[in-house]
Design a protein around this ligand. Sequence first.
Ligand SMILES: *Cc1c(COP(=O)(O)O)cnc(C)c1O
Length: 360
Amino acid sequence: MRAFNFSAGPATLPEPVLRQAAEEMLDFRGVGASIVELSHRGAEFMAVAAQAEADLRTLLSVPEDYAVLFLSGGATTLQALLPMNLAAAGQAADYVVTGHWGKTAIKQARPYVSVNIAASGEADGFRGIPPRAGWQLSADAAYVHITANETIHGVEFRDIPEVGDVPLVADFSSSIASEPVDVRRFGVIYGGAQKNLGPVGISFAIVRRDLLQREGQSRADIFDFRSHLAKDSMLNTPPTWNWYLLGLTVKWMLAEGGVAEFARRNARKAAALYMAIDGSGGFYRNEVDPAVRSRMNVPFFLRDAALDKAFLDGAKAARLIGLKGHRALGGMRASLYNAMPETGVQALIDFMDDFARRHG
Ligand SMILES: *Cc1c(COP(=O)(O)O)cnc(C)c1O
């Protein structure tokens, strides 16, 4: 029996997707070989790749003047590719830091640009988002970088900030496709797939095409967005299996009703869990400003950390896994991505209520 898996990433995938992948593993649609064994240039995989892109464009309503790239190397590699492709060497780039992944983005960018930390929530322990009015943006920045949802700290932008004519670049690794988003507000939307879009090993970048005309910096072909685009993200052998699984996952999301439907489900799931935490009389607590609490990743702490192990053991016995918090924060974290059903969140809440009654 499958457990409810609250892991932050790699994360739970829709069961129908896993079943289909299992059924097609040995013989992909009558070809007599697995999709993993076929050339990426063959008709079968080319069709899989094109369909995945078309479906992702439909799911996210990506306008035609945006390119969609599928790459390997994860979101972290993209964090280094962004300045190489979008900024002149040493040019200013603005970063708004609302958690761990914003700091990672800066670390990857520093060799290539003059990083300006326009605002940071670090002094407050990343429990909120610094108000837009206080951001110190550079006049000549190549772009402004934000992390749409901070997977570890559980802080999520609930409004897209206005940054004028400077392109807004957003790491959407852990909230892509969780609700409708106006792609036109962004220069680049990027992320790894392994949170809400499929398996690890493939990442996506949705790039406004005019930005690809920027000269960027001296770089190898393999680090150049334009080269990848010219070859339909097959400049070298792409991660075919991961691309295929991403395609199945996106198709499943469309069949379930698309991002508008997931926005409703995700809002209900997050509201129920936060209500259980806030209503526990302090037995559980989440410290994030309620206005920017993440709908995807809910970090929480037990009043008595000595009970953490008992909590995790009991959860595991109840078939609720992946709840241990990130080592940077401790405590617990429940990730509520699109593939987590509402019944799973209810099972977690029931377990938490029962645990609090027995130990409170
Ligand atoms: C997981 C994650 C990353 C890192 O992704 P990798 O694929 O491991 O490089 C970056 N940003 C956010 C918001 C994430 O959730």
